[in-house]
Design a protein around this ligand. Structure first.
Ligand code: FES
Ligand code: MG
Length: 575
């Protein structure tokens, strides 16, 4: 990597001026105790922090920032930490996803407006990582990610329990009458034993692992537990690298290339990663001008085996994944499939140090010839019910239901679903297909994680544990089931999903990648002409902006005017 320490850096457009403006830029910063030489032309590294006490998964990131600062100072740079809107997956209503794009706007403008030469993104909880990366990509400075890291494994009554995954199981057991309420409530404290992100292969672990596989984070970023002292070391080393990256002009667009995205899609299949990676990677690619489509996920991921045996697709948790080698083992085992020469913020290529990588338990990270499942990629469905696509994660589904014909039981909104799902007279059996509308980007709004709808109580009581479910929603990366998600266009856009009625026959054939509403074509057209768009109650504010501009799931659900980038140049002064 070529390095040029004599190049005049961007921050000098602020701090290098000897006039009134330069006085203003430096003097007010000196109020914090910075010496003259902090402004002498050395790299100024922003630390964009989504720390918050209402994002528990990111609540330790101020501590992590201190270690980034050590590394930056050590390498001769100046670290400046600044906050960005934090998105707590488990706390925010109606869904943290509604605000991913808002975070991205805040991050983009905070970086561009300020005298920064490079930026370290501190995030972890699901939407914070993609929101920060999208924003940083639209500015295109040297950028690195440090993730929160997963919580310690949950421990309950002598066994490991996983974030999210066991919540879905326990709550169905309570409804089925096989778990008591006191047991259920006791499990709460046993599940979340330390700060950090969900320790299943949910969206946070997925995105952290993909950041590592894409070269935007240093090795082991994906898996190091949040409270492991080595995550502090990783933060220190990342801070040090950022200063060098500024001298090398290693910008984010040089790291996040088409090859990096192709690697991410394959690694996502091998780790049993979240379906949410689809909308996040598409949105990130859109900011960078990388031509990535929904079809790429199917084509590139289709033959990739599931190697990482973690909940929700498998058995173990993130601590196990980490202690047995982590993402580098996956890269090594998939190396025939990957672009190993794709760049990394480490300064080398992502495939560079894989020779020394070892796996210590082949049941946690399986070899290619003994996978958890042979073909684990996310399947992209087409058909008259989803003209622009829908997705399903076969590794988290029930094999016998992957080809299924059933009668629709339709819920028009989430309120309709909650009001009727447990009704004793609901006309439903285990062969029915549950259809939920109004949960897409515009409909909810924000495309929440409600696609893995709870099963009707009367079927749970019969011992049924899975059914085919369809919606325009997302589902938590920690969830499982035969769940078709991200149907596009969504119902509130007048997609055919809006036209499904109780008793219609629906055919799902995952092998053939088909999702078909079995009604005559002229009946479909008749229903289409009769359809009226539902009124939105959101007349103002960010909700209004979002509904007016959000793209559909097959395009990553970014806001239309945020696609692409504007670079880092701002010529006008503030005074
Ligand atoms: Fe924050 Fe799962 S809720 S990572
Ligand atoms: Mg989630």
């Amino acid at each position: 990597m070529s390095s040029n320490k004599d190049r005049k850096l961007r921050s000098q457009q602020w701090y290098g001026k000897l006039d009134r403006d330069g006085f203003i830029h430096r003097s007010w910063m000196k109020s914090q105790g910075f010496p003259d030489h902090a402004f002498d032309g050395r790299p100024v590294i922003g630390i964009c922090n989504t720390w918050s006490e209402i994002t528990p998964c990111n609540s330790h990131l101020r501590d992590i920032a201190e270690f980034v600062k050590r590394g930056v100072w050590e390498a001769g740079g100046v670290p400046l930490e600044f906050p960005a809107m934090s998105l707590g997956e488990t706390q925010m209503r109606p869904t943290a996803m509604l605000f991913r794009n808002l975070l991205s706007m805040e991050v983009e403008e905070s970086i561009r407006a300020n005298p920064l030469d490079g930026v370290v993104l501190l995030g972890g909880c699901d939407k914070t990582t993609p929101g920060q990366v999208m924003g940083a990509a639209s500015v295109n400075l040297p950028t690195a990610v440090i993730s929160s890291g997963p919580m310690l494994n949950g421990k309950y009554r002598g066994r490991d329990i996983g974030s999210g995954t066991d919540v879905w199981k326990f709550s169905e057991q309570v409804r089925a009458g096989t778990m008591s309420l006191p047991e259920f409530l006791n499990a709460e404290s046993c599940m979340s034993r330390s700060v950090g992100t969900c320790m299943t292969m949910g969206t946070a672990s997925t995105m952290a692992s993909l950041m590592e596989a894409m070269g935007l984070a240093l090795p082991l970023n994906g898996t190091l537990p949040a409270v492991d002292s080595r995550r502090r070391v990783l933060a220190h080393l990342t801070g040090r690298r950022l200063v060098e990256m500024v001298h090398e002009d290693l910008t984010i667009s040089k790291v996040l290339t088409r090859e990096a995205f192709e690697n991410a899609i394959k690694v996502n299949a091998a780790i049993g990663g979240s379906t949410n990676a689809v909308v996040h990677l598409l949105a990130m690619a859109g900011r960078l001008g990388v031509d990535l489509t929904l079809e790429d996920f199917d084509r590139l991921g289709r033959e990739i085996p599931l190697l990482v045996n973690l909940m929700p697709s498998g058995k173990y948790l993130m601590e196990d994944f980490h202690y047995n080698g982590g993402v580098p083992v996956v890269l090594k085992r998939l190396s025939d499939q990957l672009h190993l020469d794709a760049p990394s913020i480490s300064g080398g290529a992502i495939g560079e140090a894989l020779d020394e990588v070892e796996c210590f338990d082949d049941d946690v990270i399986r070899p290619m010839d003994n996978p958890v499942r042979p073909a684990a990629g996310i399947a992209v469905l087409k058909g008259n019910l989803c003209p622009n696509g829908a997705i399903i994660k076969p590794s988290a589904a029930s094999e016998p239901l992957l080809k299924h014909r059933g009668k629709a039981v339709v819920f028009e909104t989430i309120e309709d679903f909650k009001a009727r799902v447990d009704a004793p007279d609901l006309d439903v059996d285990e062969n029915s297909i549950l259809v939920l509308k109004g949960c897409g980007p515009k409909g909810y709004p924000g495309m929440p994680e409600v696609g893995n709808m709870p099963l009707p109580r009367k079927l749970l009581e019969k011992g049924i544990t899975d059914m085919v479910r369809l919606s325009d929603a997302r589902m938590s990366g920690t969830a499982f089931g035969t769940v078709v998600l991200h149907i596009s266009p969504e119902a509130n856009e007048g997609g055919p999903l809006a036209l499904v009625r109780n008793g219609d026959w629906i055919e799902l054939d995952v092998e053939a990648r088909q999702l078909h509403l079995d009604i005559p074509p002229d009946e479909l057209i008749k229903r289409q002409t009769e359809w009226e768009a539902p009124e939105t109650p959101h007349a103002r504010g960010y909700y209004r902006l979002y509904i007016d501009h959000v793209l559909q799931a097959d395009q990553g659900a970014d806001l239309d005017f945020l696609v692409g980038g504007s670079g880092h140049v701002v010529t006008r002064e503030s005074h």
